[in-house]
Design a protein around this ligand. Structure first.
Ligand SMILES: *Cc1c(COP(=O)(O)O)cnc(C)c1O
Length: 474
């Protein structure tokens, strides 16, 4: 392994010629690399991917996964379905239906029911009050939760080059159109930004916006160079393409055009940041990934990294220390360590909050100040991004010390608050205020000012279950 930033042109040229070929649940049987796995393991993959989305491409299979270390290989766990990702009850139900070659309608009904139980809309994902234009027309594909930053979900970016097995937006990838949040309306985005001069940051997200053709990205971003958008200082693009398809920045037909677009935005004074989703240092080791990073940085864009802490993938301080060190060496700025959200396969990937804090602390202690720009572990919850600052004792009570990194009300940010220590807690919902108090300092205001955020969440948890056909035998 070398940390060199030099560009091995020949390897990259060969990689650029690789066609983009994806595999999904339908052709699991045709993935050569899986032939060496047991029949049981392959059947389990089929069962799990009947419920949760699955998509992988040849680059991930051939360049990132160490097949000698399967099933423990972290990248294998990151993309391939594993039995434990479904509860035993859910797994057995689907396994029985597949073995019995149940009618498609019966299988679909069971799948829909299970998905509805997996909290498909975690807090803040879908809210009943969309941002409105002229205070009237609701805007699809826009989310405006924090004063200074608007999230935009372009409709051409509604997939990824591969799927993460722990994705918190998994629901939009399973084919149910009502779960999608997307807009193909560049004009709506621009009108909204024009009307909201407090917005300094635009964050393009998805899916992965980097699956879009450059000409679509241009349609959204180029107009922001006009003086009327001077208040939009920063353009962030959330992506996992550096991991799943770095060819996007190197050899794809329109990657030169993409670099030119980023250069233009930078030259006009915008701060352009690729928010790279990374979970393991291994993702950054290939020649193509290194070349992509070098090319992106040459445009003047910054690359910041963020990603969740996950059992089976990176619940080890050494993995984070090495990842953050590698990133600093490559010019990537560590940004967030997230806590895995309360959705989908959470029970498989979850790490207790106390352990998350220990891992963060040990990892941070192992790096220099340049990598301590990574904040966390942070929960993106309804009221805001809440960081676990540590565990300590106050007035004889063991407590979590918490703070908002980002809040519905900006005034909540950076006020320390306390929750009763609970070694098993994995999410904000598990925490109760310390010192016998019955609510956190923000609770009343949150419930009063943002009731729709609550409603969206409650509806998704208690979604009516679709009726099963009479004779399903379940
Ligand atoms: C994280 C996040 C942002 C950006 O917050 P920063 O603290 O500026 O990184 C904006 N909107 C939503 C909904 C977010 O989750």
């Amino acid at each position: 392994m070398s940390y060199s930033n030099a560009q091995p042109k020949r390897a990259v040229a060969a990689e650029s010629a690789r066609p983009f070929r994806v595999h999904t649940q339908r052709n699991l049987d045709r993935i050569d690399a899986l032939r060496g796995l047991s029949e049981d393991r392959r059947f389990a993959m089929k069962v799990v991917s009947t419920v949760l989305p699955f998509r992988v491409n040849d680059y991930v299979i051939e360049e990132l996964i160490d097949w000698d270390r399967v099933p423990d290989d972290p990248i294998f766990q990151l993309v391939f379905p594993q039995q434990g990702m479904l509860s035993e009850r859910h797994f057995d139900r689907i396994a029985d239906l597949l073995r019995a070659e149940a009618a498609p309608a019966t299988l679909d009904a069971a799948v829909r029911e299970i998905r509805a139980e997996l909290n498909p809309h975690p807090a803040g994902q879908l809210e009943s009050n969309l941002p409105k234009l002229d205070g009237e027309r609701p805007l699809e594909g826009l989310q405006h939760k924090y004063r200074e930053t608007v999230l935009f979900f372009p409709s051409q970016g509604q997939t990824c080059h591969a799927y993460c097995s722990f994705c918190f937006r998994w629901a939009q990838f399973v084919g149910d159109k009502s779960l999608r949040i997307a807009s193909n309306e560049a004009s709506g985005l621009h009108a909204y930004l024009r009307q909201h001069s407090q917005v300094t940051d635009l964050l393009i997200t998805g899916g992965d916006p980097m699956v879009m053709k450059t000409r679509h990205l241009e349609a959204y971003l180029e107009p922001l160079l006009r003086p009327e958008f001077d208040h939009v200082q920063s353009i962030r693009i959330g992506t996992k393409a550096l991991t799943f398809w770095p060819q996007r920045f190197v050899g794809d037909a329109d990657s030169d055009q993409l670099m030119a677009l980023l250069e233009r935005l930078v030259a006009h004074g915008k701060h352009v940041a690729l928010m790279a989703h990374t979970n393991h240092w291994r993702e950054l080791e290939t020649d193509t990934a290194r070349e992509a990073i070098a090319r992106l940085r040459a445009t003047g864009a910054e690359i910041r990294s963020q990603g969740p802490l996950l059992a089976h993938i990176n619940d080890d301080p050494e993995v984070w220390t090495r990842m953050w060190r590698t990133q600093v060496r490559l010019g990537i700025i560590p940004y967030y360590m997230f806590v895995q959200r309360d959705t989908g396969a959470q029970h498989y990937f979850e790490v207790p909050l106390v352990r998350a804090w220990e891992i963060y602390r040990e990892a941070i202690q192992g790096v220099s100040g340049l990598a301590r720009t990574a904040r966390g572990p942070s929960m993106s919850a309804g009221p805001g991004k809440i960081e676990i600052q540590g565990v300590t004792e106050v007035a004889g009570e063991r407590v979590f010390v918490l703070r908002f990194l980002q809040g519905r009300n900006p005034d909540w940010v950076n006020r320390p608050f306390f929750a009763r220590f609970d070694p098993k807690a994995t999410w904000l919902d598990d925490l109760v205020p310390a010192f016998g108090e019955d609510r956190f300092f923000f609770t009343d205001e949150y419930l009063t000012r943002w009731p729709s955020a609550q409603a969206a969440r409650i509806e998704s948890v208690h979604a009516p279950e679709p009726a099963l056909p009479e004779a399903s035998g379940l």
